[in-house]
Design a protein around this ligand. Structure first.
Ligand SMILES: Nc1ncnc2c1ncn2[C@@H]1O[C@H](COP(=O)(O)OP(=O)(O)OP(=O)(O)O)[C@@H](O)[C@H]1O
Ligand SMILES: [Mg+2]
Length: 232
């Protein structure tokens, strides 16, 4: 089933964490697909495995069983090297706490994925400056993360996730540390950029007021994903 309109497919994902003699079963049998340009939310109680799932889908951790494809290419099972290459090419990731490099400016943070993909310094910086202007931070290019507000840092993180024109952005509670206004601004920005650039978003969120912005909402419960009734 290699359908190129699906930017992400996962089937039969299983994940348990072994601690001493115990195995903590977190994901039992996860299947999902995200179409090009689609916006999908994942909700679920704390500890239900949302971050674990996102890490598997990003190729940052390995499933015990199951299969994941990104843009039709196999992410799991694959070697570490192959996963890194696919991730750099097709994926962007936004964390709850920005994870920007503290000693790099906003511009350098955004330019990094392009540099890792082989762009020249000049080209990477020009494109990054444009995107930072697009997210309203043209006047903050040389600021370090510590010199930015929480909302500004998350906008830099969103720019960094999008700069290399990925097919899919995974975001783990990207608005979780923001006040209501900044959270709703960041969400609107992600929606706008997903439409403009036809990027799919898969977003973990606790914020019910955001859910109407998504095409679909999935609930993670007892290690499985369920399609929620339409909301909003
Ligand atoms: N490295 C690990 N070793 C052992 N157990 C882990 C590990 N990572 C996560 N877990 C356990 O797996 C379960 C799912 O964790 P996860 O972080 O995915 O939950 P979550 O849904 O993202 O929760 P939250 O909403 O609080 O962020 C938890 O019970 C957690 O304790
Ligand atoms: Mg989490």
């Amino acid at each position: 089933m290699s359908d190129l309109t699906q930017v992400l497919t996962a089937s039969g994902l299983v994940k348990a964490f072994v601690q001493g003699a115990d195995a903590i079963s977190v994901l039992q049998d996860i299947s999902l697909h995200v179409a090009a340009g689609e916006r999908v939310a994942i909700v679920g109680r704390s500890g239900s495995g949302k971050s674990t799932l996102l890490h598997l889908l990003a190729g940052l951790d390995e499933a015990d069983a199951g299969r994941i494809t990104l843009s039709g290419e196999t992410l799991t099972p694959a070697s570490n090297e192959a996963r890194t290459t696919l991730r750099r090419q097709f994926l962007g990731f936004v964390y709850q706490q920005h994870h920007l490099l503290p000693e790099f400016t906003a511009l350098e943070n955004v330019a990094l994925p392009l540099r890792l993909n082989g762009a020249s310094q000049q080209d990477a910086q020009t494109r990054s400056a444009h995107l930072l202007e697009r997210v309203g931070l043209g006047h903050r290019l040389r600021h370090l993360p510590a010199e930015l507000s929480g909302g500004e840092r998350q906008r830099v993180a969103v720019a960094r996730a999008l700069i290399h024109a990925p097919k899919l952005v995974l975001a783990d509670e990207p608005t979780g540390n923001l006040d209501a206004t900044s959270a709703s601004e960041l969400m609107s920005l992600m929606v706008e950029l997903s439409e403009l650039r036809s990027v799919a978003f898969l977003v973990v969120t606790h914020d019910a007021s955001m859910l109407h912005q998504f095409d679909r909402v999935l609930t993670l419960i007892d290690g499985r994903l369920r399609e929620a009734d339409s909301v909003g």
